[in-house]
Design a protein around this ligand. Structure first.
Ligand SMILES: [Cu+2]
Length: 184
């Protein structure tokens, strides 16, 4: 859920929450009257004041890998392969109605990073940091990619063979939005 409060007031801000399940409509109060619902297109989040992404410059001889999000909190594909040290261009195509990122991690760090990501929901600087936890487990990452947008990052695959997990660190997403880069 994206709640956008516009205007000059102190309340003007963007609030995000991940709804996994909703209850019955709450209508049992005196002033309730039905209002026709309208559907709005996905609203892009403001990334103007966000930190610049350090991986936007091409790497010579790179191979392109594309990861998509289509809703349902899934990356597609969930498994990528690369050779040790291989130059890669990784495209995150966000076809979903909410923003996502893609964060490549050191092996076996997913729990630690996921829990740090969830804590960022109360961090006022989190938005400017693309919801990327500031920890050494993070190898490379995209920015927060808006609905119906894409971003390409350029980097070299780790030299050490292994299974490198990738996740979306937007709070509430990491437990479902996981994949792995197999370096071999
Ligand atoms: Cu996400």
């Amino acid at each position: 859920m994206h709640l956008h409060i516009a205007g000059q007031s102190l309340l003007a801000s963007d609030l995000f929450a991940t709804l996994l399940k909703t209850g019955a409509p709450f209508t049992d109060y005196e002033s309730y009257h039905p209002v026709a619902k309208i559907s709005l297109p996905p609203r892009p989040v403001e990334t103007e004041n966000a930190k610049p992404n350090p991986w936007l410059t091409g790497v010579a001889g790179e191979r392109t890998l594309i990861v998509r999000t289509n809703g349902g909190f899934r990356f597609e594909p969930r498994e990528l392969e690369a050779k040790p040290g291989e130059a890669l261009a990784l495209v995150l195509e966000n076809h979903d109605a909410i923003p996502h990122n893609l964060v490549l991690l050191k092996p076996d760090s997913i729990m630690r990073v996921g829990q740090a990501a969830d804590r960022m929901i109360s961090d006022p600087q989190a938005f400017a940091n693309h919801y990327i936890p500031n920890m050494s487990d993070v190898l490379v990452h995209t920015s927060l990619v808006n609905p119906v947008a894409s971003q390409t990052i350029h980097f070299k695959a780790p030299e050490q063979p292994g299974s490198y997990p990738f996740v979306c660190t937007f709070p509430g997403h990491w437990q479902a939005m996981q994949g792995v880069l197999l370096v071999k």
